[in-house]
Design a protein. Sequence first.
Length: 254
Amino acid sequence: MRLKFLVDADMVAFASCASATHEAEWDSGISSYFADFEEVKANFVERLDSIVETALKHHQYTGDYDILLCLSDREDNFRRRILPTYKANRKGQKPLCYWKLIEWMEQEGETYTRPSMEADDCIGILSSMEKNKDRCIILSGDKDMRTLAGWHYDFLRDIYEYITEEEADKNFLMQTLTGDPVDGYSGCPKIGAVNATRILDKDCSWHAVVAAFEKQGLTAHDALIQARVARILRASDYDFKKKEVKLWTPSTNS
């Protein structure tokens, strides 16, 4: 079975464009930014090749492999319908040539995008499909990806690891409690990483998460909103026939 690399191509594209952006100062005293698209493409290819090569060494794999570039839907994001503040501060914050690079990737590479979903969700769905389990490596620099089971290479921190289903589920509950202010969702008030770890070490369950929210005067519905925003989709969270997101709902025994 060929190994499959699931790449957070949004992140690689952003870094490739940013590193190719330069400032020019004109005689008039006016300054402007510019980017050479050929340099952007070269940066992307070099960066991606380096990431894949390092992951191969960590995995001690020498066989054939495929690279799938996972991209976010540029028009819609289902999380904003759940929580309008989700990534509200990020609109328009893309470096020069970003969308041109995305179009080039779609023409030249094997890409995977689904309506209203982020690249993370595409990776999560693909990596958790039964036919792909333990046969792919997630390539990202986003710590939120640790809510997914399987092989991971965090290329920003140079961390290679295997996340079990149990660890992934715990990390998801942790993310629900702590939130992510950068992404525009707050989690549970007064709960940081230390308190969240203490809560989940004692009782790693949805019941414990709800109890933490209720202790702060909030409700189970408030907790569910945070969970649905924090949740990186898995295959169980997607209706393949209707091609629709199935919002996460806790099981009766969780």
